[in-house]
Design a protein around this ligand. Structure first.
Ligand SMILES: [Zn+2]
Length: 77
């Protein structure tokens, strides 16, 4: 009697686990696709994101590749 109850529950758990696994896989795939798209969008938005403030006058300017070195706007260098 107890086994008859446990067997369907076991199958139910497998079914749920399989669904969760499938859901996770598709989420990871979506996430990877999203990250890929975000990377492209990020490059397009990089100009906005790389706006930093001059440590001297506070004016915002586009950071250059060597971001750590250039914390002053072109006017203050
Ligand atoms: Zn400045």
């Amino acid at each position: 009697m107890k086994d008859e109850i446990n067997i369907p529950l076991q199958k139910e758990e497998d079914f749920v686990a399989a669904n969760i696994r499938r859901d996770n896989y598709s989420r990871i795939r979506d996430l990877q696709a999203l990250e890929f798209n975000t990377a492209i969008a990020g490059r397009l938005l990089a100009k906005d994101k790389s706006q930093i403030k001059c440590e001297k006058c506070g004016k915002e300017f586009a950071a250059e590749t060597s971001i750590n070195e250039l914390l002053k706007c072109p006017d203050c260098r």
